[in-house]
Design a protein around this ligand. Structure first.
Ligand code: ATP
Ligand code: MG
Length: 716
C-alpha cells in the first residue's frame, strides 16, 4: 500500500491529510466555509477504496443533495478510476433510506414497490382523514397537521411517543390519533411519505436486532457531509449504524446550520465527542475558495452572532474585488441590473454555469426569470417550481404510479376522470364506500363493483373501459421500456388528444412538457427505477448546463461554489425574512445571519449584493430599507453603489410627503412614522420591525451602517 502513488494526497494540507489517513475510529472535522471539508471527505472516500480497506458497497456516505452525491462520485472516479461505479450507498439520507427500506418493507407492513408520496398527495390524504373524522378542516387545516407530522418524524417520534403537549397541538388533543390514522392509511395504500423513509428504517433498526446488525456489519465506514444540519431522526439512524465499528467521520460547520426549521439540530455536531468518546477533532482554517474581501465580509457578518463556536479563516488567494452592494429602485430594476452585470461578465469570458443568483425566498425568482426570458439569458431554476410539479406531469406520473402499484389510491383518484371521461364524484364515492367496506384499493373496488348493478349503465361502461385499459397497460409495462409505456398510456388514455384539442399556447407547452417527460424516462430501464428517481428529485438538479446561469435559494446552494454570486433582495422583511423578524427571537435572526454567511461564502471571485427601495410582496407594494446584514458587513470589504441618484428624492418622498405618487406606501407607514418625523430609516424600521429597538440600539456595525453609506444614495 505504501508504495502506491500517493501524489494526489500531496495536494491536501496537513489537517486535511490527517482526516484522510485517520481511517479508524470517530473523526469530527469542524471548519468554516470553503476550507476543503467536502474535498477532504471525498479524498478520504477515495483513500479507503484505494487502500482496499473496504469495497465500494461497504461505505455509507451521506451528502446533503443528490447533486453533491453525484459530484462526489465523479471526483472519487477521477482520483481512483471506475471502482466508484458501485457506490450504492453514496447519496442523501432520503435516497439511502429509500433503498434500504425497499429491502425491508415487509417489516413495516409495506411491499417493496411502495410509493413515495409527495406533499400534495399527503395533504389530500390528511384532508380526507380530517373530514372523515368530522373535524373542521378550516379550523384545523391539513397543512398544519402535515407540518406537525413532519416535525414528529424529524424528531424520530412514532404516534405512541407523543406527549400530551404534542397531542394537544392538533384539534384539541387529536394529534396522536390523526398521526396514527395517517400511518395506517399510508400502509393500506402501500405508500410512505418522505419522513417515513428514515422513520421506518429507524423503527426497524430498533425492533429487529438482526437487521441492524447486518447493516452495522456491512458498513465498515460511515461518512457524513454537512453534519450540522442533521435532524434527530437522521442522527439516531446514523448513531445506530455506526455504533458497532465506530468508524464514523462527520464534517460540518456550526456557522452554516440553516435548517433548524426542518428540525436540524446544530447540537448534534456539538455532542459528537460525547457520543463517540476519543473522537479525533480536526479543524481546518485555510479557505481555498474565496478572495480576502469575500471572506472578510462573511467573517465580519457572522461575528455578529453570539451562539457560535468561533473560528479563524484565512486565505492565500490574492486581491480580488470588494463585495459590491448595489441599491436600486425596485425589483424589476434589480433584475435588469443583474442581467446587465451577467452580460458584462459573459463578454469578459466568464462561463455562465459558474454564475449563480441566490435568493432568500422563492417569490424573488419570478422577476429575474421574466427579465432573463426577455433578454434571452439562459438560466435554470434549481428547486422551486419544478418540472415534476407541473400538473400535466403529475397526471402522467399518476398513471404510471397506478400501473406500478395498483394500491396507489391517490394516483387512481387523480386520473380516474382525467382527461374528462364522464366519471363523476358520485361514482367515486361508491368506489370509496366499496373499497372501505372490503378494505381493498380503489382500483380493485372498481373491478368488483362492475360485477354488481350499483352503477348506472353509462358510468359502468366508461369505468369498465378504463379498467380494461389499466389491465392492458399493466401487461404492456412488462414488455415496453418506461418511455414507450408512457407514450402509449398518454395516447391511449386520450390525455394527449385532450390537450391537442385545447389548441392554446398553454396546452402546447404542456404537450412539450410531456414529450420532455418521455425523454427523461429514456434513461431508465424499469418503471420502478424511474418513479423512484422522480420521488427523489426533491432538490431538482438537471445535468450541468454549460451556458445557463443558476437561480436557486440560498438553502439549496449549501456546499456549492460559484465564481460570481448575485444576492438580490437584501432588505428588511425579505432577508432577514419577515417571519424571522415577527418571531422576534434571537435564534431565528441568528439563523438568518448564518444563511447570509452561507450565501456570501458561495462566491469564489465576486459577490454582488442588491437591495431595492420598493418591492411588491404578494401583490402589495412595500417600501424597503436595506437589510441590517448589509450594515454588518465590515466597511473595508465592501463597495457601495446606487442607481437611485435620480430617484432618490422620490425614494425619500415615500417616507415624508403625502402628495407624492407613492402616497399609498407612505400611508401604510404614516401612523407610526409621521409622528416621529421624517426619518426614512425610522419609518422603515417601524414598518418592518415590530421591535424597533434593534435598530435604535446600534451595534458596532449598525452604527457604521447608519452613519456612512446612506448619504451617498441621497436619502436620510
Ligand atoms: P462548505 O463549507 O461551503 O461546504 P467546504 O469546506 O466543504 O465548504 P470544499 O467545497 O471542499 O469546502 O472546498 C472549497 C474549494 O477549495 C474547492 O474548490 C476545493 O476544490 C478547494 N480545495 C479544497 N482543499 C484544497 C487544497 N488542499 N488545495 C487547494 N484547493 C483546495
Ligand atoms: Mg462542503
Amino acid at each position: 500500500i505504501a508504495n502506491q502513488d500517493q501524489s494526489w494526497l500531496d495536494s491536501l494540507n496537513p489537517p486535511q491529510r490527517e482526516a484522510v489517513t485517520t481511517t479508524e475510529g470517530p473523526v469530527l472535522m469542524l471548519a468554516g466555509a470553503g476550507t476543503g471539508k467536502t474535498a477532504a471527505l471525498t479524498a478520504r472516500l477515495a483513500n479507503l477504496l484505494r487502500q482496499r480497506l473496504a469495497w465500494p458497497s461497504e461505505i455509507l456516505c451521506v451528502t446533503f443533495t443528490n447533486k453533491a452525491a453525484r459530484e462526489m462520485r465523479e471526483r472519487v472516479g477521477n482520483l481512483i478510476g471506475p471502482a466508484v461505479e458501485g457506490m450504492p450507498w453514496l447519496g442523501t439520507f432520503h435516497s439511502i433510506a429509500a433503498k434500504m427500506l425497499r429491502r425491508h418493507a415487509e417489516l413495516v407492513g409495506l411491499q417493496s414497490n411502495f410509493t413515495i408520496i409527495d406533499t400534495d398527495d399527503q395533504l389530500r390524504l390528511l384532508k380526507q382523514l380530517i373530514v372523515a373524522e368530522g373535524v373542521d378542516d378550516k379550523r384545523w387545516p391539513a397543512k398544519q397537521l402535515a407540518g406537525l407530522i413532519d416535525k414528529w418524524k424529524n424528531r424520530g417520534l412514532n404516534p405512541g411517543d407523543l406527549d400530551a403537549l404534542e397531542n394537544e397541538a392538533y384539534a384539541n388533543g387529536k394529534g396522536q390519533r390523526f398521526y396514527a390514522l395517517y400511518q395506517n392509511r399510508l400502509r393500506e395504500l402501500n405508500a410512505c411519505d418522505f419522513g417515513d423513509l428514515l422513520m421506518h428504517m429507524l423503527n426497524i433498526f430498533r425492533r429487529e436486532r438482526e437487521v441492524l446488525e447486518s447493516w452495522q456489519q456491512r458498513f465498515k465506514y460511515v461518512m457524513v457531509d454537512e453534519y450540522q444540519d442533521t435532524n434527530a431522526v437522521q442522527y439516531l439512524w446514523l448513531r445506530l449504524l455506526a455504533q458497532n465499528r465506530k468508524n464514523i467521520c462527520v464534517v460540518g460547520d456550526d456557522d452554516q446550520s440553516i435548517y433548524s426549521w426542518r428540525g436540524a439540530e446544530v447540537a448534534n455536531i456539538l455532542r459528537f465527542e460525547k457520543d463517540f468518546p476519543g473522537a479525533k477533532v480536526i479543524r481546518l482554517e485555510q479557505n481555498y475558495r474565496s478572495t480576502p474581501h469575500i471572506l472578510g465580509a462573511a467573517s465580519g457578518l457572522i461575528a455578529e452572532n453570539s451562539e457560535r463556536l468561533g473560528k479563524t479563516l484565512w486565505t492565500e488567494v490574492d486581491g480580488g474585488d470588494k463585495v459590491r452592494v448595489i441599491g436600486v429602485w425596485d425589483a424589476p430594476e434589480e433584475a435588469r441590473r443583474i442581467g446587465e452585470e451577467i452580460e458584462r461578465l459573459e463578454r469578459e469570458g466568464a462561463p455562465l454555469d459558474r454564475i449563480a443568483i441566490l435568493v432568500r425566498a422563492q417569490f424573488q425568482t419570478r422577476t429575474i426569470e421574466d427579465r432573463f426570458i426577455q433578454i434571452g439569458m439562459g438560466y435554470r431554476i434549481v428547486g422551486g417550481f419544478r418540472f415534476y410539479e407541473r400538473a400535466e406531469i403529475r397526471d402522467a406520473l399518476a398513471y404510471l404510479r397506478q400501473i406500478a402499484s395498483p394500491q396507489d389510491d391517490l394516483a387512481f383518484e387523480r386520473i380516474y376522470n382525467t382527461p374528462k371521461r364522464g366519471l363523476g364524484d358520485k361514482t367515486l364515492e361508491k368506489l370509496h364506500r366499496h373499497a372501505r367496506a372490503r378494505s381493498i384499493p380503489l382500483s380493485l373496488a372498481a373491478v368488483e363493483i362492475l360485477d354488481t348493478d350499483e352503477l348506472p349503465a353509462r358510468a359502468r361502461n366508461t369505468l369498465a373501459a378504463l379498467m380494461r385499459d389499466f389491465a392492458r397497460w399493466r401487461d404492456a409495462a412488462k414488455q415496453l421500456v418506461p418511455a414507450e409505456l408512457a407514450r402509449t398510456i398518454l395516447d391511449e388514455s386520450g390525455y394527449t388528444a385532450a390537450l391537442q384539442a385545447e389548441k392554446t399556447a398553454e396546452a402546447a407547452g404542456r404537450l412539450e412538457n410531456l414529450t420532455e417527460l418521455a425523454r427523461a424516462m429514456e434513461e431508465y430501464e424499469t418503471l420502478g427505477d424511474f418513479l423512484e428517481h422522480v420521488s427523489l428529485v426533491m432538490d431538482n438538479e438537471n445535468a450541468a448546463d454549460e451556458d445557463k446561469v443558476t437561480i436557486m435559494t440560498i438553502h439549496a446552494a449549501k456546499g456549492l461554489e460559484f465564481d460570481n454570486v448575485f444576492l438580490p433582495g437584501w432588505e428588511e422583511g425579505v432577508f432577514p425574512s419577515q417571519r424571522s423578524l415577527d418571531e422576534g427571537g434571537l435564534a431565528s435572526l441568528e439563523e438568518e445571519r448564518r444563511l447570509a454567511y452561507v450565501a456570501i461564502t458561495r462566491a469564489r471571485r465576486r459577490c454582488t449584493i442588491l437591495h431595492a427601495a420598493n418591492r411588491q410582496i404578494y401583490g402589495q407594494w412595500t417600501s424597503s430599507i436595506p437589510s441590517r446584514f448589509i450594515g454588518e458587513l465590515p466597511a473595508d470589504h465592501i463597495e457601495e453603489e446606487t442607481t437611485l441618484s435620480g430617484g432618490a428624492s422620490m425614494w425619500r418622498a415615500n417616507w415624508s410627503e403625502r402628495d407624492d405618487p407613492f402616497a399609498h406606501v407612505a400611508q401604510a407607514n404614516a401612523g407610526r412614522a409621521a409622528s416621529r418625523g421624517p426619518g426614512w430609516q425610522r419609518a422603515a424600521a417601524q414598518t418592518f420591525n415590530p421591535a424597533p429597538r434593534r435598530i435604535a440600539e446600534p451595534t458596532r456595525s449598525a452604527a457604521s451602517f447608519a452613519a456612512k453609506p446612506r448619504s451617498d444614495i441621497g436619502v436620510g
